[in-house]
Design a protein around this ligand. Structure first.
Ligand SMILES: O=C1O[C@H]([C@@H](O)CO)C(O)=C1O
Length: 552
């Protein structure tokens, strides 16, 4: 194992992710940010300097559990203070498990502004993956708006509420086409055919493959909003990895991927080698108003501008949830993967609702809409700063007569920053319960992401969770993941062991939803931690401790 050192500067620059010029957040002048590659056991050191002029910044290493380094998790107001303009913060953490990961901003809506990149952990030297492949490609998926994130944020925080709407473009590795289509020639589309010389930064990157080989596609989604579906013309995919964990391989014609998830799939280039094939990505779960992202699987030696003979695969109908559930339920742990404990110590049920607070539109969990306090929880808990946040525990359940199929009879909610505290080492079950939103007959998909842990997904169900559903839990081969979706009007059951001392965000990975309060905070074993580095806590009430000279 080795130490991998990076010096990064975060700043805005002019980019053109979908060929239309727009400010983007860049790292060392690159958008998306540089790809980190490492091996299990390596220590990653990122010296991050904030070159933004008027905003703080942090970076979250999505899927990395941060055992023993919770202050490096990169969640503003939870694990650290936002890094001020001009300041440098050193992220130092170990990667312990091979897999497909990514990193992104976790302050305000900076992920939507383009602050993200890939983090790939290869298997340890001398070790082999449990599957064979000859080459690999890395696809980091995102969605893009022409409205600035500042304008988006103001809309979300306004009364009356202004929703951000659907994305203008879908991006693959930060590239999309808004003003043209690479597949215009197939249909009766009014969008012109793209004319690229090849040097444009928004031109799609063709995946160049040799016939009769197997390739691994690493696919991760850091979308702000969109749930996606990816398909490759005439090629089946074998799903082998999800969120940095091996899964029982299964074949799929198309793959659903929600924000916060990552997958590896294998494809074999066994089709007619004289042709190229489409790789297409479309929106699921919301009525799509965003064109598909397209690129080409380019069989060498064909020219990469040779268009496939058939049009790009079309995404399943946006609200074909049966299709999505079928895919999601096919994901099971690879034989030999760690199994969940048979029993749990504590179960919490988290009801997801859309609400109103003084006329503002919010999301709430058990009727509390999350607002983060100015002092990071990690410091307030470690140093017992009793006035730093609301120390009353949020509700562990929701009223037994709540009708999840209908808009709430009383949609009003409250703000809160109370947290769930788990006894160190205990097993926790979480039932995520979806419900009807503010309007009738609307219930949306929410991908929930847990920091600091992987969890086992024990099951999914329809309607309101009830005690008899426990009998349907899969304790044999549930997949280990860090992100799990709740389907409209449904529930999802998770189990994890609270064995990682720290304070951890657990939230909907749809960035505007988190911004509207759709998250909770978990804490465990904070008293087991050695000193938290001062650099993480130079704000709020923790900063006042430094000024008074109390550094213990
Ligand atoms: O949070 C959201 O708000 C809008 C809509 O519910 C109200 O405009 C939407 O589609 C969301 O996902």
């Amino acid at each position: 194992s080795q130490e991998r050192h990076f010096k990064w500067e975060v700043e805005y620059m002019f980019g053109a992710p979908d060929c239309i010029e727009h400010p983007v957040m860049a790292i060392n002048g690159q958008y998306p940010g540089p790809t980190i590659r490492a091996r299990p056991g390596d220590t990653i050191v990122v010296e991050l300097t904030n070159k933004l002029h008027t905003e703080g910044v942090v970076i979250h290493w999505h899927g990395i559990r941060q055992f023993g380094t919770p202050w490096a998790d990169g969640t503003a107001a939870i694990s650290q203070c936002a890094i001020n303009p001009g300041e440098t913060f050193v992220y130092r953490f170990k990667v312990d498990k091979a897999g497909t990961y990514f990193y992104h901003g976790h302050f305000g809506m900076q992920r939507s502004a383009g602050l993200y990149g890939s983090l790939i952990v290869d298997v340890a030297e001398g070790e082999k993956e449990p599957f064979h492949y000859d080459g690999e490609f890395n696809l980091l998926l995102s969605d893009w708006w022409h409205k600035s994130v500042h304008e988006q944020e103001i809309g979300l925080s306004s009364n009356p509420f202004r929703w951000i709407g659907e994305a203008q473009s879908l991006l693959v590795n930060g590239r999309g086409q808004f003003n043209c289509s690479v597949a215009a020639s197939y249909g009766n589309s009014t969008t012109p055919q793209c004319e690229f010389s090849g040097t444009e930064k928004c031109a799609p990157q063709a995946l160049k493959v040799v016939p009769n080989k197997t390739y691994r596609l690493r696919i991760a989604s850091t979308t702000a909003l969109a749930s996606l579906n990816l398909a490759i013309g005439k090629h089946k995919m074998i799903v082998v990895e999800a969120d940095g964990n091996y899964v029982q391989p299964f074949a799929a014609n198309d793959l659903d991927i929600y924000s916060g998830e990552s997958y590896s799939v294998l494809i074999t280039t066994d089709q007619n080698p004289n042709e190229n094939y489409w790789l297409s990505i479309g929106v699921r779960g919301r009525e799509p108003k965003t064109p598909q992202a397209l690129t080409i699987l380019n069989y060498i030696p064909n020219s990469d501008s040779k268009l496939p003979t058939s049009p790009p695969p079309v995404t399943p109908r946006w609200n074909d949830y049966a299709h999505s559930k079928n895919f999601t339920k096919s994901i099971l742990a690879l034989m030999g993967s760690p199994k969940p404990p048979r029993n749990f110590h504590r179960r919490i049920a988290l009801l997801n609702t859309q609400n109103k607070i003084n006329g503002y539109t919010k999301w709430a969990i058990n009727n509390v809409s999350l607002v983060l306090p100015p002092t990071p929880y990690l410091g307030s808990i470690k140093y017992g700063l009793r006035r730093a946040y609301d120390r009353r525990r949020p509700a562990e359940n929701f009223p037994s007569d709540y009708d999840v199929m209908k808009p709430a009879t009383n949609p009003n909610s409250t703000y809160g920053n109370g947290i769930y505290v788990f006894s160190y080492g205990t097993t926790v079950d979480v039932i995520l319960q979806n419900a009807n939103a503010l309007s009738e007959n609307v219930s949306e998909i929410h991908p929930w992401h847990l920091h600091g842990h992987d969890f086992w997904v024990l099951g999914y169900g329809e309607g309101r969770f009830s005690e008899k559903d426990v009998a349907t839990f899969n304790l044999k081969n549930p997949p280990l993941r860090n992100t799990a979706v709740i389907f409209p009007y449904g529930w999802t059951a998770l189990r994890f062991v609270a064995d990682n001392p720290g304070v951890w965000a657990f939230h909907c990975h749809i960035e505007p939803h988190l911004h509207m309060g759709m998250g909770v905070v978990f804490a465990e074993g904070v008293n087991h931690l050695p000193r938290v580095p001062d650099e993480a806590l130079a704000c709020g009430l923790t900063a006042k401790r430094f000024i008074s000279g109390n550094h213990n």
